[in-house]
Design a protein around this ligand. Sequence first.
Ligand SMILES: C[S@@+](CC[C@H](N)C(=O)[O-])C[C@H]1O[C@@H](n2cnc3c(N)ncnc32)[C@H](O)[C@@H]1O
Length: 271
Amino acid sequence: MDDRDYVLGTQDEEIERLGLQHRVWRDRMLGAWARAGLAPGMTVLDIGAGPGFAAVDLAEAVGPQGRVLALERSRRFLDSLEARAARLGLGNVEARECDVSDGPFGESVADAAWCRWVLSFVADPAATVRNLAAALKPGGVAIFHEYADYGAWRTMPPDPDVERFRTLVMQSWRDEGGEPDIALQLPSMLAAAGLETVEARPLIDIVRPGDFAWRWPAAFMAVNARRLRDLGYATADEAERFATALDRAGDGAMMITPLVAELIVRKPAGR
Ligand SMILES: C[S@@+](CC[C@H](N)C(=O)[O-])C[C@H]1O[C@@H](n2cnc3c(N)ncnc32)[C@H](O)[C@@H]1O
């Protein structure tokens, strides 16, 4: 896969940004895994694993008797995952290069699946959910963190650079065949794939400039301002303003984060 094939890119600064994003979201992720019943010995799929920050946590959660299969389209991201797993001495992670919306990636092979911020980018999210459902064993569980309302991301008061940046980001994802608010389609895709929803909750915050979570959108703007310029969506001047917009926010400023839907679903036993 070429770097230009994926709208957010696979360059080193994007890997670093995904690491920061993972640290901001890690506690919520671990909470969802615990509620879903992830346990040692399980075989777990990481759908669209990226450079594998969550895959490494999954490997620790399932332990040496368990197994993580990280499915990802970018060889560059998988190289990063393999290097990190080797550094940590994790022998239970397999990195597999594949397009998750193409053919099936297994029949009743996994106890669980984790899918975060992937369905917005795949060519065929319904096929991806079908493939995931087929790969789960009966009684298997899947956990999704996907955007339900990307437009919820706003500063208080609204900052014209943030508003414009967010609009261009959503446009660039849609131009590549993706859909930012893909979680809105998820319930019908899950039902069509025979998966039953166990739990659903909204994940959204209001953060301030000193909060660790403020750095999540700030890093996204810094890295993706250049990306939008390189892809022809933003001028050099705009990109420069976008990159530092959140660093310029005044002390009293606040920010509403994009709305993520957390869904925990199960494949009925006996299917
Ligand atoms: C925003 S990143 C999220 C990565 C990871 N899930 C995480 O939470 O950090 C989206 C990932 O989906 C991958 N991806 C997009 N389309 C894909 C496809 N059709 N098949 C496999 N991976 C895909 C991208 O390469 C990228 O690694």
